[in-house]
Design a protein around this ligand. Structure first.
Ligand code: ZN
Ligand code: ZN
Length: 747
């Protein structure tokens, strides 16, 4: 493909969704040399001026109607062939347009204010002509070297080109006079890939044998420079981060860049610190909390190669790397890697695709890997499994005690705290240990449970908990099965069947009552809404300014408090009864993560889990720290019900102000899809439509239709087909449809 040509191929950002077409535009003389692959331009389109992405050069079938490019947005390319490939893949797999995907990849919007002007050099002839000229230039090897370099890396400055070709700048001047090189002035310097000198501080941490082996496997793959994916399954406290850091150092050594994703940056100040300590100025931190200006600066440092080590949250996966060598995803099972509005991509999938396109290595790490990822390590799967079964310094995993709350109720204790938990907290406070109280909360809790036997009613077809509605009905959010909420427990006949849950503030008040001398900190979304307050609370607790920290999901992840000797889980049941087929998996992961916060220092730790379902396998195996057994229990359940990893799901979410319209629209789309799949057995089944668990948000009602398919391409084809039929006669459908392929949650 010629990089410079007379007609640019442009993807136009049309508002009409999911349509992709490449149009030809003529490059006017004044933009010659500036319109290059990867640059955004402004083009006339149907009487409007729209943004276009230059994706190549070629000739249209007829030049009669070809219009001219009207303006240039970027003085330098903002996407590479790798990123265009990624955008095309996203369009195909998330059912959006390539332009939309590019928009997603390129945001935050790239500013060009305050840019300086730089002269860039390009070959002045098409490659084949230049090759002819080169073959005749046997007596001027320095000029040949410079031209070869200009061909390989167009757009270098005079100095850069001379340095890269190892010649003096006068050689560049001679070539320009000869008409073999030409230059153009742009506003921002374009830096190409370069080798980084690994300015790595080595720390005197000795790896244990397991870590050593893990590192050598990953390092080998990085050096090889081909696509490889690893799942690093290490128990909490087994030193996964040290393996990441050393693998990143290897990537730098071979001249590549590395991206590390963490679920939430505000929760991992310790991680940021470790990266800075190790890689210094070479670290760029990217997350959505950064002010636009700072984000742009970091973006720029990455593009220019000054920051080859990127640490960030989900969207950092689109970092503008020129030579990606390693993608690390810490806590790979976390659902925050899935974008949950608009273009619903999964950062893990993006990492895998980018790595495939660039020949890079992916390292997924977790103490509780997602079932899907574990499944991919089994025979013939694309991931290689690496295990870290020991904690560093041979610290033991803390013993976990399960407290049966049904017994507490039977014996007259209706409070939040069981008697064993109260006794343990007292004991640990007396011996000057710190206590972490974990409150499982997901923003809403609308299931009803028998407090005497722990029963929660489930949909027999979908195996998810039924959700309580104000009309007194218990409803399945997948298939819309519903029954009247019973007055008596159908299992034990008990009267104590009611709502379940307690807020952090209530727990704080109770703690104050039971342990009047203790210093208490609370961390939840209310107490941390101010910027920086996460870090303040974490630091205060770390410095032992408090004895008890009460918190939600936020305190479960990745934190390292050496002073914590007791972790108490107030209510293990809430996630277990989420209306979601992953409820057991999420509960297991959460309990394991929370338990992992105990005993990370010199003192041994202890964990207490309060639950009304002490016999559920996800509780018993979490208590035994046995993730293998969890996998063996859960996989047959998924298989028998046809849930991932044995199928692919799509959720179509319908929203509108009028609930009747939502119902009607969703039902019509169901009929349409039934018609499309009827007759041929394509392994597709439909659930619903049913009201979404969060039935109304911002005055809009929400209903969902779930499509299950044996293969992802089948799923995609059916949705594509139904959408194009809908677009043809759109008029009847009033609700907005949002498509989520393989959703991580369906609230
Ligand atoms: Zn009961
Ligand atoms: Zn159901």
């Amino acid at each position: 493909m010629d990089k410079i040509g007379p007609f640019a191929e442009v993807i136009v950002a049309l508002n009409a969704r999911r349509t992709d077409r490449v149009f030809h535009y003529a490059v006017p003389v004044e933009f010659q040399g500036q319109v290059a692959f990867g640059v955004r331009v402004i083009v006339p389109f149907g009487g409007r001026r729209l943004t276009g992405y230059v994706t190549g050069f070629g000739f249209p079938e007829s030049t009669v109607k070809v219009k001219e490019i009207a303006g240039i947005i970027d003085p330098e390319p903002v996407f590479t062939t790798e990123l265009l490939g990624l955008a095309r893949w996203m369009a195909e797999n998330y059912l959006c347009s390539t332009a939309e995907a590019l928009q997603r990849i390129l945001s935050p919007r790239l500013l060009v204010k305050g840019a300086r002007e730089v002269k860039q050099f390009y070959p002045a002839l098409p490659e084949n002509e230049l090759r002819k000229a080169l073959s005749l230039m046997v007596r001027v090897p320095k000029q040949v070297a410079a031209l070869e370099k200009a061909l390989a890396c167009p757009g270098l400055t005079r100095k850069e080109l001379a340095a890269e070709a190892e010649v003096s700048t006068s050689v560049i001047d001679v070539l320009t006079r000869k008409g073999l090189l030409k230059s153009s002035v742009v506003k921002v310097p374009r830096h190409t890939a370069r080798f980084y000198h690994s300015n790595v501080k080595t720390k005197e941490i000795t790896l244990n044998a397991e870590q050593e082996k893990a590192l050598s496997q990953v390092a080998g793959a990085i050096r090889e420079g081909t696509f490889n994916a690893f799942l690093l399954h290490g128990v909490t406290g087994s030193g996964k981060t040290e393996v990441y850091l050393r693998a990143i150092a290897v990537a730098l050594e071979v001249g590549c860049q590395a991206v590390t994703l963490v679920p939430e940056i505000s929760l991992t100040p310790q991680m940021v610190e470790m990266f800075r300590e190790r890689f210094d100025e070479q670290v760029a931190v990217l997350h959505s909390g950064l002010p636009a200006r700072e984000r742009f600066d970091e973006w720029q440092r990455i593009r220019e190669g000054r920051a080859p080590v990127v640490l960030g949250t989900r969207s950092a996966i689109f970092a503008p790397l020129t030579r990606p060598g390693l993608f690390v995803i810490d806590e790979e099972h976390e659902s925050s890697y899935k974008q949950d509005d608009h273009l619903r991509y999964h950062a893990r999938e993006i990492a895998l695709k980018r790595a495939q396109l660039a020949g890079a290595t992916v390292l997924l790490g977790s103490a509780t890997p997602s079932l899907e990822s574990q499944f991919k390590t089994t025979t013939g799967g694309p991931y290689q499994l690496i295990k870290l079964g020991k904690r560093v310094d041979e610290r033991p995993l803390p013993p976990v005690r399960v407290v049966d709350m049904r017994r507490e109720v039977k014996e007259g204790n209706l409070g939040i705290f069981s008697r064993p938990l109260i006794a343990s907290i007292n004991r640990h406070l007396q011996s000057k240990g710190q206590v972490l109280l974990f409150l499982n909360r997901r923003g809403f809790s609308t299931f009803v449970m028998c407090h005497e036997c722990g029963l929660v009613l489930k949909c027999l077809r979908c195996d998810i908990s039924l959700t309580y509605h104000q009309d007194g009905l218990l409803r399945c959010h997948y298939c819309n099965y519903h029954i009247k909420s019973p007055q008596l427990c159908p299992n034990c006949g008990g009267h104590n069947i009611r709502h379940f849950g307690a807020g952090t503030q209530k727990v704080e008040a109770e703690v104050g009552k039971f342990f009047p001398g203790a210093r208490i900190l609370r961390m939840d979304s209310d107490s941390t809404s101010r910027k920086g307050s996460h870090a303040q609370i974490i630091n205060a607790f770390h410095d032992r300014q408090a004895d008890i920290l009460i918190g939600t999901q936020m305190i479960a992840k990745g934190l390292d408090f050496p002073g914590v000797t007791l972790v108490g889980v107030i209510n293990a049941d809430i996630t277990l009864h989420m209306p979601d087929f992953r409820a057991a998996e999420r509960t297991f992961q959460l309990l394991t993560q929370v338990a992992g916060r105990a005993g990370r220092g010199k003192l041994p730790g202890e964990v207490l889990v309060q639950t009304y379902n002490p016999d559920h396998y996800c509780i018993t195996v979490a208590a035994a720290h046995d993730s293998e057994r969890f996998y063996q229990n859960e996989i047959p359940v998924r298989r028998s019900l046809g849930y991932p990893p044995f199928s692919h799901l799509a959720r179509l979410l319908f929203t509108h102000e009028d609930e009747e319209e939502v119902k009607k629209g969703a039902t019509q789309v169901r009929y349409l899809i039934e018609k499309i799949v009827s007759g041929d057995d394509r392994g597709i089944s439909l659930l619903g439509p049913a009201p979404a668990p969060l039935n109304k948000i911002k005055d809009r009602y929400r209903w969902q239709l779930v499509i299950k398919a044996s293969r992802r391409d089948l799923l995609r084809d059916v949705i594509k087909e139904s959408l194009s039929r809908l677009e043809r006669d759109r008029a009847f459908l009033k609700p907005i449809i949002n498509i989520d392929i393989n959703p991580q949650g369906m609230l």
